[in-house]
Design a protein around this ligand. Structure first.
Ligand code: NCD
Length: 451
């Protein structure tokens, strides 16, 4: 619903970009933040819509730099309409959608189509990511300049790596001129082969082909050297291994222009979840083993990897959390583990999962909010700063959440068409209550919260 004015009072305002973490009020006027702090009675007209956020956190809306909205081509998995509703329910006000669509986003006409669908159907901001190579085929560079002029915010062949090293070199060279990052899905196919989960004792126990950590790290090391060679803007998608964090830290120390993301599932669940019992070790596979909702690329890894990823995120070596929301229709998952599609539907559980790091004392709340707002904006560049701050004059993209509210994950309640989550039936602590884009409430868990 639209309104010229909106008052959010008594909330714990967490605005990491400005080092603000205090109880305060926010007045929104004409879609923009007007006042942050004390809002005196004389500026509040009678009947001004008001949200009482006492006991709740009020922060900039989350920015997801990696999700799959599936449109055009795979509307049976997700659409811009359903994906943005899922984003709003998850507290995301900006979604960057990957180009593994059909046709792929490798020319301006497809970008225009997505923009049109966004204008017609989206309830949060959608920013397309363009392909690095024509048709995502890895053989020749896409028209990067045309895509940049059409407004893509990053380039990626996600779902596949940019395999050819010389093409990656050229892409990184152009990225430096265009000021737009290349997001690589680091996977050496010759090592990953037909793997379906992380290589290790769980895969051996289950008799499933494994993907070694080296499949990620080998390509990541190549990309870091190419970023160093070209001075290009490298962004590393969905890190999963302890070794990846070491490589990233070293590259950062050498001043390489590289950023990286990690997904909520890689921070919170391990390969033991493929055994069933939600990761609780029972000495072997349970009757719930081979749950295809645990099949994701890159794969869920060991507890040690998870620990190191959390350290990397807390330290800020890993810049941000990205969902890699990968919705699939039921039949893609109701098959054997080997045949199932890779991917988890993440947008609506991302906050509750990630808050586990805060509840367990591994990260402060404000650092976590930073990794969901300022961090992703930093990857995308200065044009995104205004979406990551609650500063007077900036667009009013806001999320209000209760960090302590517990709720059970029931995928049938998801706005996403993708019900594929291993978290079905688990309890998450942390719930989005209201999401606001350009001053408009686009999601409200409880209509009564607005008076
Ligand atoms: C992604 C998808 O479904 O598009 N799946 C996933 O498990 N992350 C593609 C991919 O990155 O493999």
């Amino acid at each position: 619903m639209s309104s010229d004015l909106l008052l959010i009072k008594n909330g714990r305002v967490v605005d990491p970009g400005r080092n603000i973490d205090q109880v305060s009020s926010i007045l929104v006027r004409d879609g923009r933040i007007s006042v942050v702090g004390e809002v005196t009675a004389d500026v509040i007209p009678e009947g001004c819509p008001t949200i009482d956020a006492a006991g709740l956190v009020v922060s900039p809306g989350f920015i997801d730099i990696h999700c799959h909205l599936r449109e055009p081509g795979f509307e049976y998995k997700e659409t811009i309409a359903t994906g943005t509703k899922a984003g709003a329910r998850g507290g995301f006000t900006s979604l960057c959608c990957m180009p593994n669509t059909e046709p792929p986003i490798d020319n301006a006409a497809v970008v225009d189509l997505i923009r049109r669908r966004t204008r017609e159907d989206a309830i949060v901001r959608v920013h397309p990511i363009g392909c690095v190579t024509k048709g995502r085929k890895g053989k020749a560079l896409a028209e990067m300049e045309e895509l940049a002029s059409a407004g893509v915010v990053a380039f990626s062949d996600d779902g596949d790596p940019v395999y050819d090293s010389n093409i990656m070199r050229l892409a990184l060279t152009y990225s430096a001129d265009l000021g737009i990052p290349i997001t690589n899905h680091c996977e050496d196919h010759s090592l990953a082969k037909n793997g379906v989960m992380a290589e290790g004792w769980v895969a051996t126990r289950l008799g499933l082909p494994g993907i070694p950590a080296a499949a990620e790290e080998a390509m990541m090391a190549r990309d870091i050297s190419l970023a160093e060679l070209t001075g290009g803007r490298l962004h590393l998608a969905h890190l999963t291994t302890a070794g990846a964090v070491v490589l990233l830290r070293q590259a950062r120390e050498r001043g390489v222009n590289v950023t990286a993301e990690v997904c909520p599932h890689h921070l919170t669940i391990t390969d033991k979840w493929v055994l069933g019992n939600m990761g609780v070790e029972s000495g072997g596979a349970s009757t719930q083993a081979y749950d295809t909702s645990t099949k994701v690329y890159p794969p869920l890894r060991s507890g040690r990897d998870v620990e190191v990823l959390i350290e990397g995120l807390a330290e800020g070596v890993i810049d941000c959390i990205a969902t890699d929301h990968a919705p699939h229709e039921l039949v893609s998952k109701q098959v054997t583990f080997n045949e199932a599609a890779f991917g988890i539907s993440v947008l609506e559980t991302a906050l509750g999962s990630s808050l586990q790091l805060v509840h367990s004392g591994k990260m402060s709340l404000s650092a976590l909010v930073e990794r969901l707002t300022v961090g992703p904006a930093r990857v995308l560049g200065p044009a995104f700063n205004e979406f990551a701050a609650l500063e007077p004059g900036t667009p009013a993209d806001i999320v209000i959440f209760d960090p302590d509210a517990e709720w059970e994950v029931d995928p049938s309640e998801f706005e996403s068409k993708g019900k594929n989550t291993p978290l079905r039936g688990t309890t998450l602590k942390g719930k989005v209550l209201t999401t606001i884009v350009d001053g408009e409430i686009v999601y409200s868990a409880s209509p009564r919260s607005k008076s």
